[in-house]
Write a protein that binds this ligand. Structure first.
Ligand code: NAD
Ligand code: TDX
Length: 331
């Protein structure tokens, strides 16, 4: 397959490109990435000779049309992805996530190219801690933040383009990813690199909020299964039964790093902070036979900590700027 991977210089996209080069050497990969603050050429250094990297915006309709016309399938990761940034600057999320997806949809419509749209469980809003239900394909959308509202908007555009124009597209909504190459603004890498730079980890509010963690390789395996075997028009939920409170993740991380598990600061909570996300992944397993491989969270976290320890040159240049921004917000 000739794959066009948007946002391939970001966290999940770069891991997807690594796995494609390793496991599907017959594929060709073109990455289209605007190289925002979240995009990083270094994340693709190990596959530099195996792929084509085009620096450009998914809103550049002419460029997108040209690249789509040369492809068999588009895997659309590109987005503004940080909830805290979307609260401070919602317009950037709207532009990248809604208008960017519109531009991709128009190009795949014109050229009859298969699309997989990568989305998030945050479109479903949040659950109470004791709610026995989890998110499924039929849970109504109820996004809380500018980020999740713009991702929800992008999903609805994809559904409309499938129905109205017969675009061959699938959607996946995945839970919180962790693993190598994640930006240090996000929860797990932020706390690991706080410890590694002699800062105290920062927990929003009481830390009772629950996220459903999945290793990035498992997410990308699922995306690959959907690309190969998914039914156009369908939405698939991806999760690995990994619900944990932020407090428990932080305490585990501190223990794995040889620190006192209470050695962190409680900081100002996020506005509108979603309480709990939980994915029911049974439809994906039953229909496509996908199963996560990284089922021991402590093992995955240990390997992630090791990766950040061994790759300081990748994250060190970003760290002070990110922490200065958080400090201004009291976080
Ligand atoms: P990321 O922020 O690490 O990477 C996003 C990438 O998109 C960056 O390389 C950035 O430069 C690029 N980009 C942003 N705007 C662009 C534009 N206008 N044109 C071209 N490129 C642009 O994000 P991530 O965590 O890798 O997330 C990738 C996708 O997965 C997103 O669509 C996100 O909503 C979704 N997702 C993420 C998670 C998670 O836990 N990180 C979970 C579920 C779904
Ligand atoms: O320093 C922190 N302290 C803290 O307690 C940070 C950065 C976060 N948190 C909390 C907020 C959340 O409850 O940790 C949790 C995880 O925070 P983020 O890493 O910002 O992730 P989240 O808001 O859950 O969204 C992530 O998962 C779904 C991704 O950023 C999204 O792109 C994805 O769609």
């Amino acid at each position: 397959m000739r794959l066009l991977v948007t946002g391939g210089a970001g966290f999940i996209g770069a891991n997807f490109v690594h796995a494609t080069v390793r496991d599907y050497p017959e594929d060709t990969v073109t990455v289209l990435d605007a190289m925002t603050y979240a995009g990083c050429r270094e994340s693709l250094a190990v596959v530099d000779d195996d792929i084509r990297l085009v620096e450009g915006d998914v809103n550049d309709a002419e460029l997108v049309a040209r690249l789509v016309a040369e492809s068999d399938a588009v895997v659309h990761f590109a987005a503004e992805t940080h909830v805290d940034n979307s609260l401070a600057d919602p317009q950037s999320s709207l532009r990248a996530n809604v208008l960017g997806t519109f531009t991709i949809l128009e190009a795949v419509r014109r050229h009859g190219v298969r699309l997989h749209h990568v989305s998030t469980d945050e479109v479903y809003g949040d659950l109470e801690l004791d709610d026995p239900r989890r998110f499924t394909e039929s849970t109504p959308y109820n996004p809380s933040s500018p980020y999740s509202a713009t991702k929800a908007g992008s999903d609805l555009l994809v559904r409309a383009w499938v129905r109205s124009y017969g675009v061959q597209a699938t959607i996946s909504n995945c839970s919180n990813n962790y693993g190598p190459y994640q930006h240090v603004e996000k929860f797990i890498p932020r706390q690991i690199t706080n410890v590694l730079t002699g800062r105290r980890p920062k927990l929003y509010g009481k830390g009772a909020n629950v996220r459903d963690w999945i290793h990035v390789e498992d997410h990308n395996d699922a995306v690959r299964s959907i690309l190969a075997k998914g039914q156009p028009g369908r939405t698939y939920l991806i999760g690995a039964e990994g619900e944990r409170s932020n407090l428990s993740v932080l305490r585990t991380l501190l223990e794995l790093m040889g620190r006192d598990p209470d050695d962190f600061d409680h900081v100002v909570d996020r506005a509108g902070h979603d309480l709990r996300y939980a994915i029911d992944p049974s439809a994906l397993s039953a229909e496509l036979g996908w199963k996560p491989k990284h089922i021991d969270f402590a093992d995955g976290l240990r390997a992630t900590i090791d990766w950040y320890r061994d790759n300081e040159s990748w994250w060190r240049p970003l760290k002070d700027t990110v922490e200065a921004r958080y400090e201004k917000r009291g976080q």
